[in-house]
Design a protein around this ligand. Structure first.
Ligand SMILES: C[S@@+](CC[C@H](N)C(=O)[O-])C[C@H]1O[C@@H](n2cnc3c(N)ncnc32)[C@H](O)[C@@H]1O
Length: 294
């Protein structure tokens, strides 16, 4: 669903071609972004095009990107890296490169371009000081942010039932503008504590979402499960209806089937998926991508 929402197409063999430029660090699934500079069926032609770019840069790194279906052996890959390195002027820096140039082969075509890798530092959020048992896992939290924002960092986001701030941490790490709200004072304190622990500065409103009046481009709702916080259809529909007044795009997550409530709130469901919770207590989470109907 992340791939559909960001790129409007699904990946195949862990790869997709797109003109949409996204920071790979916003997603738990996008490992690399490869910006194609030139391509050719012939390897020697590709090398010519690289030379013609006249690249002069200090601190660059050259890396061979292995894609699905490329069986080039290691010694051959090493040779190709040298070919690439010799066609760029400047002193390389392998540990802390200013830019990484890369070559790869896909379906018998050679490509040269700039490689941006996912920054995996978000995994440090695993050690957030405050957690509670109905917090979602970091991977889901990060995906909800990428789906809600569609990767656009100008979008203003709201985490409606922010709990201890699991979603907010992921959004802040990726450089999104996000605010949170939760009706429970203690939970808000935990969220603020978690955010401060990682030096993220943003606002957590201790409020019922119905009392907020700012506008956002997108909102994420991780609905109460009636497990630790009481919930029923009326509470859920109030939360969704109040959120629909604040944002046009809303990503809703719930363990119950609530399509009827969503539709009654004047929202149109654009996409849907489920995530299985593994471990001791197994259950399914439903995720809906909704937009306000005009
Ligand atoms: C499932 S938990 C969210 C967990 C959160 N995503 C996390 O990972 O920590 C649902 C939260 O909704 C909050 N909540 C319930 N009703 C609310 C309302 N009307 N406005 C804002 N928050 C509400 C609860 O206090 C609870 O913290």
């Amino acid at each position: 669903m992340e791939s559909r929402q960001i790129f409007d197409k699904e990946e195949r063999n862990k790869l997709l071609f797109s003109n949409i430029k996204v920071d790979p660090s916003i997603s738990p699934f996008i490992k690399n972004r490869f910006e194609i500079i030139s391509s050719s069926e012939s390897y020697s032609e590709l090398l010519k095009t690289i030379k013609e770019e006249n690249i002069r840069i200090e601190g660059f790194k050259a890396e061979y990107l292995i894609l699905d279906g490329d069986f080039t052996e290691k010694p051959n890959r090493r040779e190709k890296l040298k070919d690439l390195g010799y066609r760029i002027e400047g002193i390389p820096n392998f540990d802390n490169p200013s830019i990484t140039y890369s070559i790869c082969n896909y379906k018998n075509f050679w490509y040269f371009g700039i490689l941006t890798k996912q920054n995996t530092d978000w995994l440090k959020h695993n050690k957030k000081p405050s957690s509670f048992s109905n917090s979602i896992c970091m991977i889901i939290a990060k995906t909800l942010v990428s789906i809600a924002s569609t990767g656009n960092k100008n979008n203003k986001l709201l985490d409606v039932c922010c709990g201890v701030g699991t979603i907010m941490l992921e959004a802040c790490f990726s450089g999104f503008n996000i605010e949170g709200c939760d009706i429970n004072l203690k939970t808000c304190k935990h969220a603020r504590h978690n955010l401060a622990h990682f030096n993220y500065s943003t606002t957590v409103y201790c409020s019922d979402v119905k009392d907020l009046n700012k506008k956002y481009d997108a909102a994420i709702i991780d609905l109460p499960y009636n497990l630790y916080t009481y919930s029923n259809d009326l509470i859920i529909s109030n939360i969704i209806e109040s959120t629909a007044k604040l944002a046009t795009r809303i990503v809703i997550m719930s363990i119950s089937g609530i399509e009827t409530i969503i539709k009654k709130s004047g929202l149109k469901i654009h996409d849907f998926c489920t995530v299985q919770k593994r471990g001791k207590s197994k259950f399914t989470r439903n995720i809906w991508v909704c937009e306000k109907e005009n």
